[in-house]
Design a protein around this ligand. Structure first.
Ligand code: BGC
Length: 752
C-alpha cells in the first residue's frame, strides 16, 4: 500500500483515540477479518458464519434484512468475539427500501435535489429499522449510453446534475450534519437513529462500458475522466460520503479494483478522502479473470496496494493478506490504515454504543409520509415529451369513455423498476387502479392488457384493442419495459419498444381517436417509430409504489408535468453515444450540411455529402434533447443578460433572464443555465449545464431567474491534468432545455 499508510483518522480526536486503542489490541488476523465482508441474506446464521464471527474474521455482512437475524449477528460479534467489534450491515437500498421511489434516473428527471434527499432519507429510515447501517448508493456513474441497463440506476448523462443530486442523496441517507461546514451543530448525523452510511459507486468510469454492455471495458482518457466521470464523485466526497465502491470494469487497462491512480493518486491524494473503500462483489478475485493477476494471491496484493479497504464477498484478503504481510509484500501500516477507516466508520455510526435495532421499529402498516413522498417523486419525475392538440390533460367532460390499454397499466411489480430487493409490491397502486378512482362515475374506463408482457409478440387481441379504442373518446396506452429489462446485467442492444408494442401503437393510431402513450421504462427508448403516431407521450420511467396516483393526477390535469430529461433520447440506437455536452469537432454539422440517405443525388460527386459530423440516416440531432420536458402551460424566456461583461479569477458574474408563464395553468418550470468556453487548453464541450432552478409560476406571472457563476465554476482540467481557470470568451444560455437559443456572452480576464 502506498499513500494509505498515513492514518486517516486523527489520533487526537475522540474517535481517533478509540480507534487507536482498539487497533493496538488487534492481531494481524483480526485486522484482516475487519477487511472482509460476507454475504448473509437467509434469515439464518450458518455455523461457519457464526464461527467466523467469533474468530473475528468478519467485519461486515451484506444482504441480511431480517432484524432478528441482524441482531443475532451483532450479538455474536459483540459478545462472543475476543474484541467485541460490531458489524457493518450492508444492503443495496437504491431507490427505496419497502416504499419504492422512482428509479434514480426518474428521480434525476425531477431536477429536485431536495426531493432526492427526502427519498433517500425515507429509504434510510426504513432500512435502518431492519438493522441495516450501510447502503450501496448513490450510483453516480455518468451514463451516456441508454443500452446500458444500469442507466436506470444512474442520475443520467450530466456531471453537474449527477453531482448535485448525488450529493443530496448522500445527505439524505447520512443526515444533513455529515459533510456540513457547521460540524456537529446542525441536523442529523450518522450516529442518529434512522440514518445509514452511503456509498458512492462505482469508482470510476463504469458507465462508459463499451457498447453499453454491462461490465465491459471502459476506455476513458484521463482528461475526460477528470472533466466528466470523476466530478460527481468529487461532489459526493465533498458532501461527506462515508464510503466508496470500486467498479467492476477496467479503465485504461487497469481494473478499477486495482487502480492505484484512481484510489491513491486521485481519491486519497488529491481529494483527501478519509472514508472506507469497498470492492464490488467479488471484484478482487475477478482481477485474475481480467488477466491482471495470475491468482487470488496476486489479486489480494494488487487490490490492497491500490487501497481497497474491504473485500465484498470473496476470500482473497482472508486467504492471502496475512502471508503477504509476513513476506514483506504488503506494509503492515497499510493494513492498519484500512482497518482504521473501517473502525472509524463503526464508531461514527455509534455501533459500539448500540449495535442493536429495536425489532419493533419497523412500521407494521404503510407509512403515509413515505407514500406521500413516493407520490411526489413519481409526479415530479414524469416528463411530458410531446403534447399535440392539447391531448393532455384529459377532460372528464369530453372523455365519457376512456380506453386503457397495454401491458404496464396494471403491473404492480414492473412499475417498481430495478433494485427492489425489499420493495413491497402489495403497496403498489397501479395506474389502472388510480385512473378508475380518479375518473369516478363520470368516465367509463375500459381496460385491455393486450399483451402479456412488454416483450410479447402475440398480436392476437389487437383487433379487440382496436375495437375498444374505436368506442372510446381517448386511448391511454401504457407501454415500455418491464422491470427486468433494465438494471445490472440487463443491457439491450435494441432500445426500441420491445415485442409487438410498436405494432399496437400503429393499430391504435389508425382508429382516429386521441392516443396518449404513457411509457414506463428503465432507460431512454428509441421512439422514432411511434412518435408521429401518438398525440402525446408522458415518460414516467419506473415510477415506484405510487405510480398510479401520480400518473392519474398528471393525466387528469390535477398537476402539470414538470420533469426534464436527465439523458438525451436518440432517434435510433446507432447514434449512441449521443449527449448534449459533446465536443464541437473540426467539422460540426448544421442543418444546411446534412444530407439524408433518401435524398442523395445519384449524379452528384460522391464526396460532396455535407462533409460534416452527421449520420446519413439519422442526421445529428436527438429525438429529444437533454433538459427537454413540456408542461400543460407554456413558458417564455426573454432578455438574457449578465450584470457585468467581465469577471476575474476569484470573482463571480450573475446571468439572468425573464421567465413568464404564458399559458393558463400554474406550473413548475426548471430553468437551466448552460455555458460554453469558446477556446481552451483542451477543447471544451459545446454546452455545459452550470445551474438550474425550479420555478413555480401562476398563469401570466413573470419572474427573473438569476444564476451566480463563480470564476471557479468555469474551471476544467487541462492538458497537464490540473484544474485551471482560463481567460477567454464564454457564451451563456438560459432556457427550458439544452437546446435553448437565448444567448449572452461574457469574458473571463486575468486579474488586473
Ligand atoms: C453491484 C453493486 C452492488 C453489489 C452488492 C454488485 O453486483 O455492481 O452495485 O452494490 O453487487 O449487491
Amino acid at each position: 500500500m502506498t499513500r494509505s499508510k498515513a492514518s486517516p483518522v486523527h489520533a487526537a480526536d475522540p474517535i481517533g483515540r478509540r480507534v487507536g486503542a482498539l487497533l493496538a489490541e488487534m492481531t494481524l488476523h483480526e485486522k484482516i477479518g475487519q477487511m472482509s465482508q460476507v454475504n448473509g441474506g437467509e434469515s439464518y446464521i450458518h455455523d461457519y458464519l457464526a464461527e467466523a464471527l467469533r474468530a473475528g474474521r468478519v467485519g461486515s455482512v451484506l444482504n441480511e434484512v431480517n432484524v432478528d437475524t441482524v441482531n443475532e449477528l451483532q450479538r455474536i460479534a459483540v459478545e462472543e468475539s475476543r474484541l467485541g467489534i460490531p458489524l457493518l450491515i450492508g444492503r443495496d437500498v437504491i431507490h427505496g427500501f419497502r416504499t419504492i421511489f422512482p428509479i434514480p434516473l426518474g428521480q434525476a428527471a425531477s431536477w429536485n435535489p431536495q426531493l432526492a434527499a427526502e427519498c433517500a432519507a425515507v429509504a434510510a429510515r426504513e432500512a435502518a429499522a431492519a438493522g441495516i447501517n450501510w447502503t450501496f448508493a448513490p450510483m453516480i456513474d455518468i451514463a451516456r449510453d441508454p443500452r446500458w441497463g444500469r442507466i436506470a440506476e444512474s442520475l443520467g448523462e450530466d456531471p453537474q446534475l449527477a453531482s448535485v443530486l448525488g450529493a443530496a442523496m448522500v445527505r439524505g441517507y447520512q443526515g444533513d450534519r455529515e459533510g456540513s461546514e457547521h460540524g456537529a451543530e446542525h441536523g442529523a448525523g450518522l450516529s442518529d437513529a434512522g440514518t445509514i452510511a452511503a456509498c458512492a459507486k462505482h469508482f470510476a468510469g463504469y458507465g462508459a462500458a463499451e457498447s453499453g454492455r454491462d461490465y465491459a471495458t471502459a476506455n476513458v482518457p484521463e482528461n475526460e475522466l477528470r472533466n466528466v466521470h470523476l466530478r460527481p464523485f468529487r461532489a459526493a466526497v465533498d458532501a461527506g460520503v462515508a464510503t466508496l465502491m470500486t467498479s467492476f470494469s477496467e479503465v485504461d487497462g487497469v481494473p478499477a479494483t486495482a487502480n492505484e491512480f484512481l484510489l491513491d493518486t486521485v481519491l486519497r491524494g488529491e481529494w483527501n478522502f478519509e472514508g472506507l473503500v469497498v470492492s464490488d462483489w467479488d471484484s478482487i478475485r475477478q482481477l485474475s479473470i481480467h488477466g491482471l493477476t495470475a491468482d487470488d494471491r496476486g489479486s489480494a496484493l494488487e487490490a490492497a496496494r491500490a487501497g481497497v479497504d474491504m473485500e465484498m464477498h470473496g476470500d482473497a484478503y482472508l486467504c492471502h493478506l496475512a502471508q503477504l504481510v509476513e513476506e514483506g509484500e504488503i506494509d503492515p501500516a497499510g493494513i492498519d490504515a484500512a482497518v482504521t477507516r473501517i473502525l472509524a466508520l463503526k464508531f461514527r455510526l455509534g455501533l459500539f454504543e448500540n449495535p442493536y435495532t429495536d425489532p419493533g421499529a419497523f412500521p407494521a402498516a404503510a407509512d403515509e409520509q413515505a407514500l406521500a413522498t413516493a407520490k411526489r417523486a413519481a409526479l415530479q419525475s414524469a416528463v411530458l415529451l410531446k403534447n399535440e392538440c392539447k391531448a393532455l390533460p384529459l377532460s372528464t367532460e369530453a372523455t365519457r369513455t376512456l380506453a386503457v390499454i397495454g401491458p404496464l397499466a396494471d403491473a404492480p411489480h414492473d412499475q417498481l423498476g430495478t433494485w427492489i430487493f425489499d420493495g413491497d409490491e402489495d403497496l403498489s397502486v397501479t395506474p389502472l387502479q388510480a385512473i378508475r378512482e380518479q375518473a369516478g362515475e363520470e368516465v367509463d374506463v375500459r381496460y385491455l392488457r393486450a399483451m402479456d408482457t412488454s416483450r410479447s409478440r402475440d398480436t392476437a387481441v389487437f383487433d379487440e384493442a382496436a375495437a375498444l379504442a374505436a368506442d372510446a373518446d381517448a386511448v391511454l396506452l401504457f407501454l415500455g419495459e418491464e422491470a427486468i429489462l433494465s438494471g445490472e446485467a440487463h443491457s439491450r442492444a435494441d432500445i426500441g419498444l420491445p415485442g409487438a408494442q410498436s405494432e399496437l401503437v400503429a393499430r391504435m393510431s389508425e382508429v382516429g381517436k386521441p392516443v396518449i402513450a404513457v411509457i414506463l421504462a428503465g432507460r431512454p427508448l428509441t421512439l422514432s417509430d411511434i412518435v408521429d403516431r401518438v398525440d402525446a407521450i408522458l415518460y414516467a420511467w419506473h415510477p415506484g409504489t405510487m405510480a398510479g396516483p401520480a400518473l392519474a393526477d398528471l393525466l387528469f390535469g390535477v398537476e402539470s408535468p414538470c420533469g426534464k430529461l436527465p439523458a438525451t433520447f436518440p432517434r435510433m440506437v446507432g447514434q449512441v453515444p449521443i449527449y448534449y455536452n459533446h465536443k464541437n469537432t473540426g467539422k460540426p454539422p448544421s442543418p444546411d450540411t446534412v444530407v439524408h440517405i433518401d435524398d442523395i443525388d445519384p449524379s452528384a460527386p460522391q464526396l460532396s455529402l455535407g462533409m460534416t459530423a452527421f449520420h446519413l440516416d439519422a442526421g445529428y440531432t436527438p429525438l429529444f434533447p437533454f433538459g427537454h420536458g413540456l408542461s400543460y402551460t407554456t413558458f417564455d424566456y426573454q432578455n438574457i443578460r449578465t450584470d457585468v461583461e467581465e469577471l476575474v479569477p476569484g470573482d463571480s458574474i450573475t446571468v439572468s433572464a425573464d421567465v413568464a408563464n404564458t399559458g393558463e395553468r400554474p406550473a413548475v418550470e426548471v430553468a437551466q443555465l448552460y455555458v460554453r468556453d469558446l477556446v481552451g487548453n483542451v477543447t471544451r464541450p459545446v454546452r455545459e449545464l452550470k445551474g438550474f432552478r425550479r420555478l413555480r409560476l401562476e398563469p401570466g406571472e413573470r419572474t427573473t431567474v438569476s444564476f451566480v457563476l463563480r470564476a471557479e465554476d468555469l474551471a476544467f482540467y487541462g492538458r497537464d491534468m490540473r484544474l485551471r481557470t482560463e481567460p477567454g470568451e464564454f457564451h451563456a444560455w438560459i432556457g427550458g432545455s439544452s437546446a435553448t437559443e437565448l444567448q449572452a456572452a461574457f469574458r473571463l480576464v486575468e486579474s488586473a
